[in-house]
Design a protein around this ligand. Structure first.
Ligand code: GLY
Length: 493
């Protein structure tokens, strides 16, 4: 696997356990290093930050601090060694840093997201009701057809059911139905289900892996909520269609293109959201071959499409001859070695959905790495740029949809993070802060037919599609994120 982190790593510590005892050499190294890595535990991070602050004062502001917990925690290994050398001192130090919650607060501040109060239920329901106003207008506007993936000039073009994104609209109707119990939403969603059944029976524009995005939100949801048998049938056919993309030798589901073509022998991080359809199919049918493929694809993804520093490639090529790893490459990100914000968010949400079905919590640390990488690169208003290579560049667009997806992922993972884990509070606050910023700065409150709910998304920067526009998955995930914070919600995924 490619190693993207290059440079020299210096271990800086103080002996014995007192930040005042830094050497001049240590201060010089801290000044020179562009990136400071802190160890994994909140108390370790506190010490590291304390040291760095004393040594650098306000110079610290210009530095990237890896609040550790990224995939390969070099800082942890170093600290372990140092700890072994100063065991006694370390023990003493731990006494001063036992308040996990307090530590987590400060770590959180250190990554640039200020502490705020949780949203009230009323504020969240007001925001959801704003969404309903737009859904109502768009039901009249789209009728039995569908919005195009993104807006053009902030208005959704109307299309037939042919895109990879059409399930998001139906998913929004189901969310509206769950919230209001108003049957007008169910009636249109039911008609959409007939359209999705027709689409899969006739294999219309389905030669790609996005079957989960399409069928989990439109049909698995419809079946879970209303026992609609056509929805069940359509979703199972979609799962079979997705299984056709299984590559046995490489152990992955191929994203695009014909299966026998070597130049298409790759998978993408987005597929993390397509495999829940397979888990569901196994649950419903009792046939494990779907879930098996899902778990194998997930394992291959975690191994290769996520780099050692817990950032994600967008896509990863496997070697068609050996079935082993070849190389990462982007399609929608800024560059092959940057981290496309939505790709990072697909990982942040994909891992907990996998945990939900498999109950295998060994991936919680990988999730934390991905979430930390994402949170560490947020600009001041907490909404990521479209690629995480940008952290402060007014020329670049945000991707509000990636922010909403990441919130859903963090809320889904919350149930697997223990109360005593200081990072639990970090992610909860991140959800509050991102949600607040979306509500206050990124939503449309002047509803007109065909408008998006969420502004400032990016669909595909390189092809100039939907740059600084609305997109339908942004609208969907924003509603899901609000719903999850309003009530206990059973995912459609
Ligand atoms: N799954 C394609 C995208 O996120 O744009």
């Amino acid at each position: 696997m490619e190693q993207r982190m290059t440079g020299t790593l210096y271990g800086v510590s103080v002996g014995p356990g007192d930040p005042e005892l830094l050497t001049l050499q240590a201060v010089r190294l801290l000044r020179q290093c562009p990136v400071l890595a802190a160890p994994q535990t909140a108390s370790g991070q506190m010490l590291a930050l304390d040291i760095a602050r004393r040594a650098l004062g306000s110079e610290l502001d210009g530095k990237t601090i890896l609040a550790a917990m990224e995939k390969v925690s070099l800082a942890d290994e170093l600290m372990e060694r140092i700890r072994a050398e100063h065991e006694a001192e370390e023990e003493e130090h731990h006494h001063h840093h036992h308040d996990g919650e307090h530590d987590a607060d400060e770590v959180f501040d250190s990554i640039g997201i200020e502490t705020i109060n949780k949203y009230t239920k009323e504020e969240l329901t007001n925001a959801f009701e704003e969404c309903l106003k737009q859904v109502d207008l768009n039901m009249e506007y789209f009728k039995d057809r569908f919005p195009y993936s993104c807006t053009k000039g902030l208005k959704y073009p109307i299309i037939d059911n042919i895109e990879w994104t059409d399930g998001f609209w139906t998913g929004m109707l189901w969310l509206a139905y769950e919230y209001t119990n108003d049957k007008k939403y169910k009636e249109l969603a039911d008609r959409n289900i007939e359209s999705f059944l027709h689409r899969v029976e006739n294999r219309i524009e389905l030669d790609h892996h996005d079957l989960g995005f399409l069928y989990s939100l439109s049909c698995v949801s419809g079946y879970k909520l209303t026992k609609n048998e056509h929805a069940k049938k359509a979703a199972l056919l979609a799962a079979d269609k997705l299984m056709e993309r299984w590559q046995e030798k490489g152990q992955f589901l191929q994203a695009w293109g014909p299966k026998d073509s070597p130049e298409h022998y790759r998978f993408i991080i987005d597929c993390m959201l397509n495999i829940p359809l397979l888990y569901w199919a196994s649950e419903v049918t009792g046939d494990n071959h779907y879930a098996d493929a899902a778990t194998k694809h997930f394992t291959t993804s975690c191994k290769y499409v996520i780099r050692d520093d817990a950032s994600a490639y967008h896509t990863f090529y496997m070697d068609p001859v050996t079935g082993g790893p070849s190389h990462g490459a982007t399609r929608q990100g800024y560059s092959d070695d940057s981290s496309w914000a939505r790709g990072q968010a697909w990982g942040i949400y994909g891992i907990p959905l996998n945990v939900r079905y498999t109950k295998n919590t060994e991936y919680v640390d990988l999730y934390k790495g991905m979430a930390n990488y994402f949170l560490n690169r947020l600009p001041e208003d907490n909404i990521c740029y479209w690629d995480l290579i940008f952290t402060d560049d007014p020329e670049q667009s945000r991707d509000s949809s990636a922010a909403a997806i990441a919130v859903c992922g963090m809320l889904e993972m919350d149930q697997w993070i223990k109360e005593e884990d200081p990072s639990k509070k970090v992610y909860q606050k991140a959800c509050d802060n991102i949600t607040r910023s979306l509500i206050q700065n990124y939503t449309n409150n002047d509803h007109k037919p065909g408008d998006p709910i969420l502004y400032h998304g990016v669909y595909s920067w390189h092809s100039g599609k939907g740059v600084d526009e609305g997109n339908i998955w942004g609208d969907y995930y924003y509603m899901e994120a609000l719903m999850r914070q309003i009530k206990q919600w059973d995912p459609y995924w």
